[in-house]
Design a protein around this ligand. Structure first.
Ligand code: MLT
Ligand code: MN
Ligand code: ZN
Length: 298
C-alpha cells in the first residue's frame, strides 16, 4: 500500500510573502527571486481517489485550485472526504470557512479543538448535518479516508494565540496540539506541524517511520527578534527550532526515519531560500525542505 502525500502549503501562518512583512525572504518572494509558499497544509490519500486534508489553511481555495487530484470529478463530486485538525491556530482552521458551500466532508479533531471551534460561531457556517464534527480521543484509531488508519497523539504545544490568557504554558501536553500518525499497510508516516519539544516518548514513536513531516517554523529560536519583525522567540510560540543543541536536527539524530521533511516554515526562515547555508545544512542532515506542490509516494 502506498501513501500519497501532497504538500498543499509549506509555510507557517502568514505565508511567504506575508502581507505586511518587508523582511529579506518576503521581499525576495515578491520579486519572484525565491518561490512563494502558501500556509500550512498537507493532503493525504491511500488510494489516490479519496483525500483527507490535514489542516485547513486560509489559502485552501488557491491550494485546491492548483492541486489536480483534489479537483471535482463531477458537478458536485469531490475527492476531498475529510479534514483533520492538529490545533486551533488560525493558519490551520480559517480555511474551513472557504469549505462552507454545503459540501459534505467529515471534520475530525480532538474534543479540545472542537471546543475552540464551537466558541467561534462563525464556524456554524459549516452546517453540522453537512459537515459532521467527529471527536477523536487521543491515541485512538480512526479512518479519515479509505485505506488509511490515523491516530492523534499529544505533542508539547500551547493553546491558539487568540485563546491565550495572561499566562501561557508553551509545553502543554493534551488535546490542544496533536500530531497525526497515519498507517496504510506497512507504511507509517507522521504529520507534526507544531511541536515545542521532541520528548523521549515522541522520539520512540517516530523511530522506524517511513516519513515524518515536522515543525520547521524557525531556523533559530530568536530569529524573529534578530530579523526585527517581532518580539517572540520560537519557544514562546510553542515551536522548537531547527538548529542548535535543542533543535530538531539534533533531536532526530540517531532516529531511523525514511523521509524527514520540514513543513510550516515561518517567512523569516533562511531554509526557504534556495542556496542558503542553512538549507544546505538541513539537507546534509537528511532533511527535505517542503515546497508547495511537493508530492511524496511512501
Ligand atoms: C503558530 O504556528 O505559532 C501560529 O499559527 C501562530 C499564529 O496563530 O499566527
Ligand atoms: Mn502556525
Ligand atoms: Zn517576512
Amino acid at each position: 500500500m502506498t501513501i500519497r502525500a501532497q504538500v498543499l502549503g509549506a509555510a507557517a501562518g502568514g505565508g511567504l510573502p506575508q502581507w505586511n512583512c518587508g523582511c529579506t525572504n518576503c521581499n525576495l518572494a515578491r520579486q519572484g527571486a525565491i518561490p512563494a509558499q502558501t500556509q500550512s497544509s498537507l493532503a493525504i490519500s491511500a488510494d489516490g481517489q479519496s483525500w483527507t486534508v490535514l489542516n485547513a489553511s486560509p489559502d485552501i481555495r488557491q491550494q485546491l485550485a492548483q492541486t489536480a487530484p483534489l479537483h471535482p470529478t463531477a458537478l458536485r463530486s469531490l475527492p476531498l472526504r475529510s479534514v483533520v485538525l492538529t490545533n486551533g491556530d488560525i493558519d490551520h482552521v480559517a480555511g474551513l470557512l472557504t469549505l462552507r458551500e454545503v459540501q459534505p466532508f467529515d471534520l475530525f479533531a480532538t474534543a479540545g479543538i472542537h471546543d475552540v471551534l464551537a466558541q467561534n460561531p462563525i464556524f456554524d457556517a459549516l452546517r453540522g448535518e453537512v459537515v459532521p464534527r467527529l471527536t477523536i480521543a487521543l491515541d485512538t484509531e480512526f479512518s479519515p479516508v479509505p485505506g488509511l488508519t490515523a491516530t492523534l497523539f499529544a505533542v508539547p504545544g500551547k493553546v491558539p494565540l487568540y485563546m491565550e490568557g495572561d499566562t501561557v504554558q508553551t509545553e502543554l501536553m493534551g488535546e490542544q496540539t496533536v500530531g497525526v500518525e497515519m498507517i496504510a499497510g506497512s507504511t507509517r508516516i507522521y504529520y507534526i506541524p507544531g511541536c515545542a519539544r521532541l520528548t523521549d516518548s515522541l522520539r520512540s514513536r517516530l523511530n522506524g517511520a517511513d516519513a515524518v513531516f515536522f515543525d520547521g517554523t524557525l531556523w533559530q529560536d530568536d530569529e524573529m527578534i534578530v530579523a526585527g519583525v517581532g518580539q517572540k522567540t520560537g519557544k514562546r510560540m510553542g515551536h522548537m527550532s531547527i538548529s542548535g543543541p535543542e533543535g530538531s536536527l539534533a533531536a532526530f539524530e540517531g532516529l531511523d526515519v525514511g523521509r524527514k521533511v520540514f513543513v510550516h516554515m515561518n517567512n523569516t526562515n533562511p531554509v526557504l531560500r534556495p542556496g542558503s547555508v542553512e538549507k544546505a545544512k538541513a539537507e546534509a542532515a537528511g532533511w527535505t525542505i517542503a515546497q508547495d506542490g511537493m508530492e511524496l509516494m511512501l
